[in-house]
Design a protein around this ligand. Structure first.
Ligand code: GUN
Length: 293
């Protein structure tokens, strides 16, 4: 039995934020990085995430703008706002929080964002760059980018000979995470809800990335001895004191069980979450540098 190293995303993120602040100061006074975050509707989790992103942008010394649109907003109105932000020289990064209400085609919205301001890395040009090995030219989606930094801290840059299993196939996490692992020479499997004997597939992983959005679905006996586990899930569940109305955050991995077998594991909260926000700030300052030439 191993006692896993807890990969402290909060501390790593704080270090990245310090670098972002220094890079922001070095751009002054000619350029102030500008980040626009857009939310449509009142999804409580999305509101929390967007609020954190906007506040962190301010904390970094950015020009930070938050657009809150009603749930019934027409797609044309959102596209018009994006066109304005694309044309605004004070804005270097645009983030439209997902999911969007059903009357809005999220794909059309994402493809309308100027690829040079696509700090989420969701535009086809950036997806294509990542998929074809032009990673330095891409904006890489923030959650996978942060997850890779955490992995690299434990395993180094070259994952040759390592077997990686990514559980989850979303455009936001699963697919780009698999591309990053592949670019680092890992042998990659993307598993998902239709995968046969998911537990056995996971048990083969030297690197296990959980991005399914199901609280503590991945149990300790799914984890190979000595694996590195990255838990992307952030799930709010009832606290053990039932009936009190209290909630707590848990990941997609049963932490204590997995930590008994893994070599290293990210906690929830305090793991991937803070890294995601830090990478958004890093992408925004990169966008500002590119715009400044
Ligand atoms: N919804 C959940 N994660 C994300 C993210 O990283 N970016 C955006 N825009 N929406 C999200």
């Amino acid at each position: 039995m191993t006692t896993a190293t807890r990969i402290d995303g909060k501390a790593m993120a704080a270090g990245i934020i310090e670098t972002v602040k220094a890079a922001t100061a070095a751009l002054a006074p000619h350029t102030v990085p500008g980040l626009a975050v857009v939310i449509v509707g009142e999804d409580p989790a999305s509101q929390v995430y967007v609020g954190s992103k906007a506040r962190m942008a301010e904390d970094c010394g950015f020009h930070s703008v938050k657009h809150v649109l009603p749930a019934e907003t027409a797609e044309a109105d959102l596209l018009a706002l994006i066109a304005d932000l694309n044309a605004d020289a004070a804005i270097h990064g645009i983030l439209v929080q997902l999911p969007l209400p059903p009357q809005i085609d999220a794909n059309r919205v994402i493809q309308t964002i100027d690829a040079d301001k696509d700090v989420d890395g969701f535009h086809l040009l950036n997806v294509g760059r990542l998929g074809t090995g032009a990673i330095d030219a891409a904006f890489v989606p923030c959650t996978p980018a942060g997850s890779m930094l955490m992995l690299r801290k434990i395993l180094g840059d070259d994952l040759s000979g390592k077997t990686a299993v990514v559980v989850g196939r979303s455009n936001i996490v699963g697919k780009p995470m698999a591309q990053l692992l592949l670019a680092a020479n890992a042998t990659v499997t993307i598993a998902h809800s239709r995968t046969k004997d998911l537990a056995a597939v996971c048990r083969g992983a030297d690197i296990l990335v959980a991005a399914v959005g199901r609280p503590e679905m991945i149990r300790g006996d799914w984890v190979k001895e000595g694996a590195v586990v990255i838990d992307v899930g952030i799930n709010r569940v009832d606290a053990p004191e039932r009936g009190t109305g209290k909630t707590r955050l848990v990941g997609d991995v049963a932490y204590e069980e997995a930590a008994a077998r893994a070599a290293a594991i990210t906690p929830v909260p305090g793991g991937v979450g803070p890294m995601t926000i830090a990478m958004l700030m890093a992408n925004t300052v990169t966008a500002a540098y590119r715009a400044a030439g």
